[in-house]
Design a protein. Structure first.
Length: 200
């Protein structure tokens, strides 16, 4: 990050930071605390995992759709580069949401060391490529590629490490349980935190 700060201009970081803020607003739609619920689940884990995966991906795709629908109205507010960064962040969010199910299953099995090594490796690879791109003059794209590449590599690596292979069944009762038992308090608390810390 220090090297990138020397190679890139402040406005490059500003573009990604502004896009990240708007994405965090829309991204609150998918922040229901499902990971904590799956981590605490003791019975019917496969069905809970598949239901968790489907909910996470559907909500992440919904974020992409909402951002895509809002882009024409944001043209007068955000620059073209910021809108492009917002779309990239939203698409990467789908991969990150898909990763959370595999990561939570591995956490239930206490596979922390393997996940830490994987995330260190993916971060190293993504940052090295970003530094090379910044050196070649790609500007804010260097930061976006680092973010997207790390998200995709984490998904592939953690899915490979995880013994769970999208088995189980969709369970409507479990889906309702995710939203009501764990989801609603965490979702509302997340909105209050967002307004408290980022409203200005």
């Amino acid at each position: 990050s220090i090297i990138l700060a020397r190679l890139l201009e402040p406005e490059h970081f500003g573009i990604v930071a502004l896009a990240s803020f708007y994405f965090s607003l829309v991204g609150r739609i998918k922040e229901w605390g499902f990971d904590s619920a799956l981590l605490a689940r003791q019975d019917d884990v496969e069905a809970a995992a598949l239901t968790h995966f489907i909910l996470q991906v559907v909500l992440a795709v919904l974020c992409v759709v909402l951002i895509g629908a809002a882009l024409p109205f944001l043209s007068g507010v955000l620059s073209r580069d910021t809108r492009v960064a917002l779309v990239i962040l939203a698409l990467t969010g789908v991969a990150q949401s898909a990763t959370t199910t595999f990561r939570t299953v591995l956490e239930k099995q206490l596979q922390m060391q393997a996940m830490s090594l994987l995330e260190f490796f993916t971060g190293l690879v993504a940052t090295a490529i970003a530094i090379l791109m910044a050196y070649r003059g790609f500007g804010f794209w260097s930061l976006l590629v680092r973010h997207a590449l790390q998200g995709v590599l984490n998904l592939v690596g953690i899915a490979w490490l995880c013994p769970w292979r999208l088995t189980g069944r969709w369970d409507r009762k479990l889906a309702r349980w995710y939203f009501t038992v764990y989801g609603l308090p965490i979702w509302l608390g997340g909105w209050f935190s967002l307004l408290t810390y980022q409203f200005d």
